[in-house]
Write a protein that binds this ligand. Structure first.
Ligand code: PXP
Length: 260
C-alpha cells in the first residue's frame, strides 16, 4: 500500500502564528526520509494552511511525487497547471467547512470536472477525483476521463469514531449520535461494504483506487483488507501523533500499519 502523507496540518499550526515554525519543508524532508511514498497538500481557496509559495517549494524540493488537492475553481486550476504536480486530486470545497466533508458531486459539476480533467491532462498532470464510495460515482469518474479515484472514507471514519470513541466533544454536527448502537454497527459495516464495492467497481473500469479522510492508527486496518485500494492519503492522525512521538516515528508507525 502506498502512503500519501498529507502535511497540511503542519501549515495549520504555522498559520496559527504566521511565523515559519513549524517549517513545512522540514516536514517534507522528514516525510521523505521516513516511509512516505507521496506528499499530499491542499491549496485551499481561502489559503487557510498551505500557501502558494509552499506549493512551489514543496514541488521543487520533494524527492517523492506530489499530489496537489485542488477545487474546480478556474483560478486554482490555472495555478495547478503552472505548478505541475505529479497528480491533481479534485476535491469539493466550501469556505465555511472545517475539512472536506464529502466527495465531489460529479452529477452537479459534470461539465466543470470534465473541463478540469482535460486541462490538467493536457499539462501532463494525472487526475484523481475525490468521490463518495458509490458505484455511480465510479462509473461517471471513468466516463469523465479520470485516471484515478480517491474514495472518501469520512462516513466510515465518523461511524468508527462514534462506535469506538475518539469523537471530539465539540463535534455536535453528527446526528447519528442519537441512534441505537446496533443501528450504528449496521451502518458501520455497510460503510465498509460501500467502500469495497466502489473499489472493486473502479478497478474493473481500469481506474486506480486510493482512499482517505479520517483514517487513523486504530481504523486503518479495515482498509488493508480491500485489495483494490493501492494508496491511502492520511494527514490529521499522523500530525496529531507527531506532537507526542515526533513526525518521523508517527510516519514510520503508519507505514508499518499500512504495509502489505
Ligand atoms: N484525502 C483528501 C482528498 C483530503 O481532502 C484529505 C483532507 O485534507 C485527506 C485525504 C486527509 O484526511 P485526514 O487529514 O483526515 O487524514
Amino acid at each position: 500500500m502506498k502512503l500519501g502523507v498529507n502535511i497540511d496540518h503542519v501549515a495549520v499550526l504555522r498559520e496559527a502564528r504566521r511565523v515559519n515554525d513549524p517549517d513545512i519543508l522540514q516536514a517534507l524532508f522528514t516525510a521523505c526520509e521516513n516511509g512516505a511514498d507521496q506528499i499530499t497538500i491542499h491549496l485551499r481557496e481561502d489559503r487557510r494552511h498551505i500557501q502558494d509559495v509552499d506549493v512551489t517549494n514543496i514541488i521543487a524540493h520533494s524527492k517523492l511525487p506530489v499530489n496537489l488537492e485542488c477545487s474546480i475553481n478556474p483560478d486554482i486550476l490555472a495555478l495547478a497547471t503552472s505548478y505541475r504536480p505529479n497528480r491533481a486530486t479534485l476535491v469539493p470545497e466550501k469556505r465555511e467547512e472545517v475539512t472536506t466533508e464529502g466527495g465531489l458531486d460529479l452529477f452537479k459539476f459534470t461539465k466543470e470536472v470534465s473541463h478540469a480533467i482535460e486541462l490538467l491532462n493536457a499539462h501532463s498532470i494525472e487526475v484523481s477525483l475525490f468521490v463518495d464510495p458509490t458505484v455511480e460515482a465510479m462509473q461517471i469518474s471513468k466516463e469523465l476521463g479520470a485516471q484515478m479515484v480517491e474514495l472518501h472514507t469520512g462516513t466510515f471514519a465518523n461511524l468508527y469514531a462514534m462506535l469506538y470513541g475518539n469523537l471530539s466533544h465539540s463535534n455536535h454536527s453528527i446526528k447519528e449520535l442519537e441512534l441505537p448502537r446496533k443501528l450504528l454497527e449496521d451502518r458501520f459495516l455497510q460503510s465498509i461494504e460501500d467502500i469495497k464495492n466502489a473499489a472493486s467497481h473502479a478497478k474493473s473500469l481500469g481506474l486506480e483506487v486510493a482512499a482517505g479522510h479520517g483514517l487513523n492508527y486504530q481504523n486503518v486496518h479495515h482498509m488493508m483488507s480491500i485489495p483494490e485500494i493501492v494508496e491511502l492519503n492520511i494527514g490529521q492522525s499522523i500530525v496529531a501523533r507527531s506532537i507526542f512521538s515526533g513526525l518521523a516515528d508517527a510516519i514510520k508507525e503508519m507505514k508499518r500499519l499500512t504495509s502489505r
